[in-house]
Ligand binder design. Structure first.
Ligand code: HEC
Length: 98
């Protein structure tokens, strides 16, 4: 039982450490390279029915899940971006909100 708790703590602390390295700047870079062609630099382009990211009000977990797994016209990125990169880009797109 103790080991389970230890492993749990280890996972939590690794996640926290990752979250701290997660800069919006890095997320912007990823966005410009991978997301902008459909979503536009300000999030409103809407190519192929891409959602307007300025008016999106999804929770962090949902954003991460949609970026990872995709949804309809939205490609899945879990094989092309690391979990840290997905978190950075999720952080960045929230800065586009009005
Ligand atoms: C090939 C075009 C395309 C690319 C590239 C693309 N998306 Fe999307 N995205 C879409 C489409 C289309 C939807 C709407 C999906 C639906 O109808 O459920 C969407 C939806 C989303 C949503 C959900 C918004 C909401 O409020 O429902 C998020 C978040 C998102 N995209 C983020 C990203 C990020 C981050 C990237 C880059 C890693 C990206 N997208 C790259 C087409 C794209």
């Amino acid at each position: 039982m103790k080991t389970v708790i230890h492993i749990g703590l280890l996972i939590v602390s690794t996640c926290l450490a990752k979250a701290q390295n997660n800069t919006a700047e890095n997320g912007k870079d990823i966005f410009e390279h991978k997301c902008q062609r459909c979503h536009g630099s300000d999030g409103t382009k809407g190519l192929f029915g891409a959602k307007n990211l300025q008016t999106s009000r999804l929770e962090n977990m949902e954003i991460i899940s949609i970026i990872s797994k995709g949804r309809r016209g939205m490609p899945r990125w879990e094989k092309r971006l690391s979990p840290t990169e997905i978190e950075s880009v999720a952080t960045y797109i929230k800065t586009l909100r009005k």
